[in-house]
Design a protein around this ligand. Structure first.
Ligand code: CAA
Length: 283
């Protein structure tokens, strides 16, 4: 199948990043969200990122305008009728995602592949609400999308081989490195990353060290670009808690229990960078 138009559902940090790399790869992109102000904010993020590329001499002003001209904004999921490939990047909530997949399944042409950028939810379960489970797949990008090379590609139980191949090819066209992973809670990225972040939070909770000290240990001792608590604030503490819950519930193993301090911060509305406070304070 020849993909020409990609629809990205969800214009937040992840969705706008996915729309950007798709448009930069030469695809026509429909960026969709529930409100006009959300899609406009997403376009603003993309425009700012592209301008930085122009300033740094990695792209000409004409190329930037060409990339932007490939993007259209949408607040109606029915616009999926024009898409060959859809990438859903909305909030990590099964009910919201399945509602969107049901609607996309209704409006999209029979050939359209429906991918989810979910960071931990089962692809097989999302696929089951559609009439095309063989065309449903996980395509998990990392934050910030324009910078991070990895795309985890997750096959659901019924995902067709040619759909996997197409998704892998598409990732490469977006200058990403695809890695194949089976459908288990948290896949590989979050199964390994989140328990490390949770353990770092336990270190704060138990008074082993301050957040600054823990981050310094992991940055200087393990060469991580960000310490685990800075990274948790960057990802969002609500997302971290949600993923730990998915692991805890999915495996039924106490080693995945979320740290009570993480729960407390989320209940207080301390969600990290996006709310202005998490393990650190942001202005
Ligand atoms: N969007 C676009 N570009 C960005 C960006 C953003 N949000 N943030 C940083 N960049 C770019 C900068 O413009 C800069 O590019 P140039 O050097 O070409 O100008 C480059 O990235 C490096 O940025 P900085 O010099 O400002 O800062 P840095 O060297 O500390 O790098 C970082 C920033 C790339 C975010 C780095 O700290 C890093 O790799 N952190 C770890 C990120 C990570 O682990 N991500 C995965 C999170 S988990 C996830 O996403 C999965 C999940 O399901 C939860």
């Amino acid at each position: 199948m020849n993909v020409q138009t990609i629809m990205v559902v969800g214009a937040g940090q992840m969705g706008s990043g996915i729309a950007q790399v798709s448009a930069q790869a030469g695809f026509r992109v429909i960026l969709n969200d529930v409100k006009q102000e959300f899609v406009e904010r997403g376009l603003g993020i993309i425009s700012k990122n592209l301008s930085r590329n122009v300033e740094k001499g990695r792209m000409s002003e004409e190329e930037k305008q060409e990339v932007l001209s490939r993007l259209t904004l949408s607040t109606d999921l029915s616009d999926g009728k024009a898409a060959d490939f859809v990438i859903e990047a909305v909030t990590e909530n099964m009910a919201v995602k399945t509602e969107i997949f049901k609607k996309l399944d209704e409006v999209c042409p029979a050939h359209t592949v429906l991918a989810s950028n979910t960071s931990s939810l089962p692809i097989t379960e999302i696929a089951a609400v559609t009439t095309r489970p063989e065309k449903v797949i996980g395509m998990h990008f990392m934050n910030p999308v324009p910078v991070m090379k990895l795309v985890e590609i997750i096959r659901g139980l019924q995902t067709a081989d040619e759909v996997y191949q197409l998704t892998e090819d598409l990732s490469k066209q977006m200058a990403k490195v695809p890695v194949s992973v089976n459908d288990f809670p948290g896949f590989v990225s979050n199964r390994v990353l989140m328990p490390m972040i949770n353990e770092a939070i336990y270190c704060v909770y138990e008074g082993v060290a301050t957040p600054e000290a823990i981050d310094e240990v992991m940055k200087l001792g393990m060469n991580h670009p960000m310490g685990p608590l800075t990274l948790a604030d960057f990802i969002g503490l609500d997302t971290c808690l949600y993923i730990m819950e998915v692991l805890y519930e999915g495996f039924g193993d106490s080693k995945y229990r979320p740290c009570p301090l993480l729960r407390k911060y989320v209940k207080a509305g301390w969600l990290g960078k996006k709310s202005g406070r998490g393990f650190y304070v942001y202005n």
